[in-house]
Write a protein that binds this ligand. Structure first.
Ligand code: MG
Length: 318
């Protein structure tokens, strides 16, 4: 392998000529070679957003939805045309997105401080907007468990200023909630975290990972209850945001606010060993696995959308 400086790349909206291997793909541990494609390039698919978040793949429509939080819109990138169009505006400063077991879009909204579901006919159902009579802070990211329950974090960045929502006073602690699929009622399942952010389950749902700013915590799942919370990895000198597991149980993490050589996507083994990094020239907020084989990372990083094919595959359900 040619030694190149990690992340040393010219980036533009055209397909820049890159000498393989792409220096944006850094092998830290030899195990990472089996998870990436040697002759593959990290592409910038689109730029022109303000703070992009919440990518979610729709294989049935061959498109990706993602949030542009400060611009109060959700965008749609088409795999068919390569074009980006506005999907929803206003979006109530939407942030994290996922799909439920019926394929319906589930969205965290900052402005309205709620979690919603978009029905197949396009109408919007509010899943949760308050707890014990008080408004949520500002839901950030969301995942659906195979039992149909909706899990989301409520750190409240969306009410700390007017940039990503409306400034307001926080009225409840920063919980991780679980909305029961039968009753529709949401209750805190994790308390005491500083700023819960991205979250995902391991394959088989034996573990739950939750980002808490500068580190990622892991919980064992005891039935439907997360227990034995502990630090999985520290993200110093930066921090994490969105996270996903692949089918082998590796944990992929958005990495941001660490500067060049850090920002991008990091991949960890189930034991917490750093395997490799995808370097980006912008702070990374979130990503998801998409494409027909779920082997393509779609990455929202500051103002731009990136993608890279991998040999890892996302879990079947978002
Ligand atoms: Mg987030």
């Amino acid at each position: 392998m040619t030694a190149q400086t990690p992340g040393a790349r010219a980036w533009d909206t055209d397909r820049t000529i890159v000498r393989f291997p792409d220096p944006a793909i850094e092998i830290v541990d030899e195990r990472f070679r089996a998870l990436v494609v040697e002759h593959e390039v990290v592409d910038r698919l689109w730029t022109g957003g303000r703070w992009l978040e919440g990518p979610v793949w729709f294989g049935d429509g061959r498109y990706l939805l993602f949030s542009d939080i400060p611009n109060d819109r959700m965008m749609c990138w088409s795999e068919v045309t390569g074009q980006v169009t506005v999907f929803r505006q206003p979006s109530n400063n939407s942030n994290g997105n996922t799909r439920d077991l019926q394929g319906r879009l589930v969205t965290c909204e900052h402005l309205t401080r709620r979690v919603t579901r978009t029905e197949h006919d396009g109408t919007i159902t509010v899943l949760m907007d308050s707890f014990e009579g008080k408004p949520l802070n500002a839901p950030n990211d969301v995942v659906v468990h195979p039992d149909g329950s909706v899990w989301f974090t409520d750190p409240g960045w969306g009410i700390e200023g007017n940039y990503e929502g409306d400034k307001a006073v926080k009225e409840i602690p920063r919980y991780v909630f679980r909305i029961d699929p039968g009753t529709g009622t949401g209750v805190p399942v994790i308390t005491g975290m500083d700023r819960p952010n991205g979250l995902c389950f391991s394959p088989g749902e034996s573990r739950l990972y939750v980002v808490d700013v500068g580190h990622i915590r892991v919980f064992d799942m005891d039935g439907g209850t997360p227990v034995n919370g502990r630090v999985f990895v520290e993200m110093s000198p930066g921090q994490s945001d969105g996270i996903r597991t692949d089918r082998d149980g590796n944990l992929w993490s958005a990495a941001g606010l660490g500067g060049a050589g850090f920002d991008g996507v990091h991949c960890y083994s189930p034991d917490g060993d750093l395997l490799g990094r995808i370097h980006l020239p912008e702070t990374c907020a979130n990503f998801c696995f998409g494409g027909a084989k779920k082997n393509r990372l779609f990455i929202t990083a500051s103002r731009s959308l990136y993608s890279v094919f991998t040999e890892a595959q996302g879990t079947q359900h978002p």
